[in-house]
Ligand binder design. Structure first.
Ligand SMILES: [Zn+2]
Length: 478
């Protein structure tokens, strides 16, 4: 079998597997047996690649990651189970059941300050229950990467076409650039809502819900799905090939997602209506992923159509989502009341500052732990130190193990910030081409397509020259 034959098999296998997972996630019939068989076949194909080929290098890396994933997915499933059963409050309930890790974020939205603090402290004390799985996940993955002369850090840096020093500089400058403004806005908001300065348990997942609480009921405007489709069409893009599953089935995943069994021919998004405020942002985000993948050149080889870095994938979703943080767009396209739009944008900006503060801390922690080979037992200290720098708060170091991304991914979180820097570049360019209302301009659309069409060879896939200046400026501008 040559590389072309191999890549066709991988693509077919991946398409079938995606389809099964999609059905599972939207609450349609699926086969666990089939998923198991296809996963196994995928792992065999990864092994075959490593035994027979060395290039393309991104396929080599993704095959190593695939084998590591195959060896660790059961550990992660166990982690999910323990979080549901053992990370449980003795003191507080949510919908008549003890609060667990799974219901924690829903609980905090309407909980009293004291109850919120108690559950946070209880969960931090329960972290030793989940640590063994997390430690083994990192340890096993590391060994498999090393057996193939790679590390998770090298894999990440090669995927983003940059170096450790460049990423660290980017993140440190970004952290320092927003520090004062972030703290001032965060303090204003906790004063407004809670009548006191920020505390360690006022985390991002509490803030990003409560900050919009009183706006949810007022948020009535145009249908967000129709609206984003209209915008994409006005830009000269074609959203008609995107399959949208908006049915409300009992077993459907509540969080919206995009799935692409075949790029660019079969791309789907799923969502379940929640409230118009949250739905609007998530529909724009997922449609951003989908419009990207439907506009990749079908003639490109397999790896150039599928193996994106996370930074590149998030660039297009965040780019389309950024429309929802634009007052003019909200008023003219989504038909929001101008005063509401202004207040909504202000609060989005506050949350962006808070997200950047929290994620620079997460990212620097995540990069340094691999680069400096920090033993698992010392990771909590490293986390507390980085977050004290970023968030200006003393956070219990074990909190990172309760996060939904950090303990289940080897290295992922810096991508959010890298792609935000990309988005600033793209918006600036679109404004140059199409003016303030660039979302109605076909020439701006042409520029966007030119970034999507080359797949992994997109000009936006190279993060070696990424600078935080424009992002900092945009974050401070309100
Ligand atoms: Zn995304």
């Amino acid at each position: 079998m040559n590389y072309d034959g191999w890549s066709k098999k991988v693509e077919d296998n991946g398409a079938e597997l995606s389809n099964e997972y999609f059905n599972m996630q939207v609450g349609l019939p699926y086969s666990e047996q089939k998923i198991h068989e296809l996963e196994k076949k995928g792992e065999e194909l990864s092994k075959y690649f490593l035994d027979h080929f060395k290039e393309p290098e991104e396929v080599y890396r993704s095959s190593v990651a695939g084998i590591a994933g195959g060896k660790t997915y059961q550990l992660l499933l166990k982690l999910h189970d323990i979080r549901k059963t053992d990370v449980k409050s003795e003191k507080h309930k949510f919908r008549d059941q003890p609060v667990t890790w799974t219901t924690w974020r829903q609980f905090v939205v309407s909980a009293e300050d004291k109850a919120r603090k108690e559950v946070y402290d209880e969960f931090v004390n329960l972290v030793p229950k989940i640590s063994p799985q997390i430690k083994e996940f990192f340890g096993t993955s590391k060994v498999i990467f090393e057996q193939h002369n790679l590390t998770p850090l090298q894999n990440y840096l090669l995927g983003h076409k940059t170096s450790y020093e460049k990423i660290i500089n980017f993140l440190t400058e970004l952290r320092d650039g927003v520090k004062n403004k972030y703290w001032q806005e965060y303090t204003n908001e906790t004063q407004r809502m809670l009548g006191r300065p920020p505390e360690y348990y006022d985390d991002l997942y509490f803030m990003r819900n409560v900050i919009f609480n009183d706006l949810v009921g007022k948020f009535k405007g145009a249908n967000p799905l129709d609206c984003v489709k209209k915008t994409l069409t006005n830009l000269g893009l074609d959203p008609s090939k995107i399959h949208v599953d908006d049915a409300d089935r009992p077993n459907k995943y509540p969080s919206p997602f995009c799935s692409s069994p075949r790029v660019p021919q079969d791309v789907r998004i799923s969502y379940k209506a929640e409230n118009p405020l949250n739905d609007t942002r998530s529909i724009y985000h997922e449609m951003g992923h989908a419009i990207h993948e439907t506009h990749v050149d079908p003639k490109l080889p397999y790896h150039e159509r599928y193996l994106y870095s996370m930074g590149l994938a998030e660039t297009f979703s965040q780019f389309i989502e950024s429309l929802v943080a634009n007052k003019t767009y909200l008023v003219e396209e989504l038909k929001l009341d101008p005063e509401l739009a202004e207040e909504y944008v202000r609060r989005i900006k506050v949350m962006e500052l808070m997200t950047v503060a929290f994620y620079t801390g997460n990212s620097l922690f995540n990069l340094k732990m691999w680069h400096d080979n920090v033993p698992f037992e010392k990771l909590d200290d490293l986390y507390a130190k980085e977050q004290e720098q970023s968030m200006n708060l003393q956070i219990p170091g074990a909190y990172w193990q309760l996060h939904h991304i950090l303990p289940e991914n080897l290295l992922y979180v810096p991508s959010y910030l890298l792609s935000q820097a990309n988005v600033c570049e793209m918006v600036e360019k679109c404004q140059e081409i199409g003016g303030e209302r660039w979302w109605n301009d076909k020439k701006a659309g042409k520029y966007i397509v030119s970034l999507m069409k080359p797949g992994t060879r997109s000009p936006m896939s190279d993060f070696s020259n990424v600078k935080p200046d424009k992002l900092i400026k945009e974050l401070m501008d309100f």
